[in-house]
Design a protein around this ligand. Structure first.
Ligand code: C5P
Length: 215
């Protein structure tokens, strides 16, 4: 059984997907972390993100695994390292290349084989798992999304203002929505939820009730 949760940055989808997977006893897949891993590998190797050929090669060679809440890239724990503003920005650039998407979509489908899973990203309901049992598209007001990202980044040693975060989010959304391959958009059969005024528990209640009705 597959449940997909897509939406823009800061819409609350990661927290919701993780929480929902726990409530349902399903696996959880953070596909944004995979694009972030490609970005980090590209930056670490000094590759220009505009060099689609080299970026494509990186995406086909890297090993990404998940261990509990940790992300492991080529054997190294990169859970924190993939959360910087630079990696976010680079991830949305490398995510535009078809070769990168193909490599990661293969890995995502492999991860879902034979298990119940909640998979979270931008194209999970539209492209990766079009036959999913339940598809959600989470949205939130821009100010609220910037506030959440800002809170997330506290204690990470990164100096950035809420205004800068808002700008970055807009840029990233625009890139994600306007790319030709697998753009960010709701699937026709997705349930859309605006999380701006909802607590995480309220979001989880709505998601869980919808899934349980279809199980
Ligand atoms: O969700 P997160 O903010 O970690 O994703 C980082 C970037 O990875 C997004 O801005 C987007 O460009 C890309 N991404 C994607 N498709 C996915 C998940 C993430 O293109 N399924």
């Amino acid at each position: 059984m597959i449940v997909t949760i897509d939406g823009p940055a800061g819409s609350g989808k990661s927290t919701a997907a993780r929480g929902l997977s726990q409530r349902l006893g399903f696996e959880f897949l953070d596909t944004g972390a995979m694009y972030r891993c490609v970005a980090l590998a590209v930056l670490n190797q000094g590759i220009d993100p505009a060099d689609s050929k080299s970026v494509g090669d990186v995406s086909q060679q890297i090993r990404i695994t998940f261990a509990d809440a940790h992300v492991i890239l080529n054997g190294e724990d990169v859970t924190q390292a993939i959360r910087t503003a630079e990696v976010s920005e680079t991830a949305s650039k490398v995510a535009q290349y078809p070769v990168v998407r193909e490599a990661l979509v293969d890995l995502q489908r492999q991860a879902a084989e034979g298990v119940n899973i909640v998979s979270e990203g931008r194209d999970q309901g539209t492209v990766v798992f079009p036959d999913a049992l339940c598809k959600f598209f989470l949205i939130a007001d821009p100010e609220e999304r910037a506030r959440r990202r800002f809170d997330e980044m506290q204690g990470q040693d990164q100096e950035i203002t809420r205004e800068e975060i808002l700008q970055q989010i807009h840029q990233r959304d625009q890139r994600d929505e306007s790319r030709t391959v697998a753009p960010l958009k709701p699937a026709d059969d997705a349930v859309e939820i605006n999380t701006s005024q909802l607590s995480i528990e309220e979001v989880l209640d709505q998601l869980e009730q919808t899934v349980r009705k279809r199980q």
